[in-house]
Design a protein around this ligand. Structure first.
Ligand SMILES: Nc1ncnc2c1ncn2[C@@H]1O[C@H](COP(=O)(O)OP(=O)(O)OP(=O)(O)O)[C@@H](O)[C@H]1O
Ligand SMILES: Nc1ncnc2c1ncn2[C@@H]1O[C@H](COP(=O)(O)OP(=O)(O)OP(=O)(O)O)[C@@H](O)[C@H]1O
Ligand SMILES: [Mg+2]
Ligand SMILES: [Mg+2]
Lengths: 224, 224
């Protein structure tokens, strides 16, 4: 479902060229449950943003579900993102002036299921991450881990075929983190492709496959 | 150095009263190395913000270095914070338009050491967290863990007597996280009081004392 061929991402800066990704070859099949691990700064979030159509590559090719997506317009990419991909950001990216519930309803506005259905689906997603009792809170009225869980709920509400989660448990205690991983695993059992970045070895061990990045290169690829 | 006596923090909201902290009694001696742990939403960040003079309590009393700080003006609290306390936020709170170096220099602007000394001290702090080669990057040009490390560096640069770190390794791989904890431990060995919030049991075990919160209450207090 995801194919990277020689994918590179460079950032030209004054006096230096930062090579965040350097020629990544990677294939992820439909229905995989996979972790991306590696040191801070090794290129994991960069890889996730390219996979999620939130960023473009500098060199190479990216095929999503067999289609070369570098040729798509901005609107086409936004449309695919909205319908097919659930993205959980490392820094959550919740809208500050919207409640938890409104944040979770947001991805559904494009296709406009009715108000009642939107509310119902958003509350179910909040329930699944243990945040139903904080539905009316604004992000600044939530703890770090609560914001993270609202970001998880938002990514699930459109029932995407592909979930990309950038460190979904980084701000959670062990027990709450395990609940989130259990949730993602149960979605995987329904056939959804789940790719997550993690620094937690326990989360990595719960996955079927682990790849390791170092300095923008794919260092290791191990199946569980 | 820190004494909480019956400290409560409530947030009145429509139709409910959120009790983030409920009557906390706690004493932290000068020179302690301590972890605050507990589930997501249990009140850890709230406790840290009150301790760091970033938030006021709703009931009870807070004495910092023997002085009742609830009677201080806003300016007096800002002054104490700047000179005595180094605070590392759970969500970093870096200024988006300033480089890593400028962000780390920021706390020194109040007391105006010369430009050369500011630069030198800021670079040394960035060096200590492994971020000297990213000094000119803006926060959005840094990875999540790199931003976190810049936030750590910024908290150290005024050589505070008290360091309050809210989940300083949440976005770091195991190895980089250990480097940060080693850094904080070495500062502790110089006599600095270090209080950190963590979800990582390994980090908790590296501390001399661990307290556990649950639903705004102090559940357990164990010395290593
Ligand atoms: N401004 C606010 N208004 C209303 N409720 C709030 C506000 N700030 C925090 N809360 C609530 O207070 C409780 C404690 O929050 P706090 O941020 O201290 O938790 P925490 O222990 O740091 O959690 P985490 O581990 O997820 O960071 C949470 O249930 C949160 O929803
Ligand atoms: N806009 C940018 N301009 C310049 N350099 C950048 C930019 N974005 C990222 N980088 C650099 O690219 C590298 C990879 O960043 P990335 O965010 O992918 O790392 P990461 O593996 O997700 O790290 P972490 O585990 O700390 O989140 C880092 O060294 C970072 O400094
Ligand atoms: Mg990252
Ligand atoms: Mg917190």
């Amino acid at each position: 479902v995801i194919r990277f061929a020689g994918v590179s991402r460079t950032y030209p800066m004054e006096g230096e060229l930062v090579e965040a990704l350097r020629g990544i070859d990677l294939e992820i099949e439909q229905g995989e449950l996979m972790a991306i691990m590696g040191p801070s700064g090794s290129g994991k979030s960069t890889m996730m943003h390219i996979a999620g159509l939130l960023d473009t590559l500098s060199r190479g090719r990216y095929e999503l579900e067999g289609e070369d997506v570098s040729s798509l317009s901005k609107n086409q990419r936004a449309d695919i993102r909205n319908r097919r991909i659930g993205f959980i950001f490392q820094s959550f990216n919740l809208l500050a002036r919207c409640s938890a519930l409104e944040n979770v309803e947001l991805p559904m506005l494009y296709h406009r299921p009715g108000v009642a259905e939107r509310r119902e689906r958003a509350m179910a997603a909040l329930e699944a991450v243990g945040m139903a009792d904080r539905a009316q809170h604004l992000p600044r009225q939530l703890s770090g881990g609560q914001q993270q869980r609202v970001a998880v709920a938002r990514a699930l509400v459109n029932r995407p075929a592909l979930i990309l989660a950038d460190e979904p448990t980084g701000n959670l205690d062990t027990r709450t983190g395990r609940e989130i991983i259990r949730l993602l695993s149960s979605l995987h059992q329904q056939g959804i492709t789940v790719v997550l970045v993690t620094h937690d070895p326990e989360v990595g061990r719960a996955m079927r496959r682990r790849i390791f990045l170092r300095d923008g290169l794919l260092e290791r690829d191990e199946a569980a």
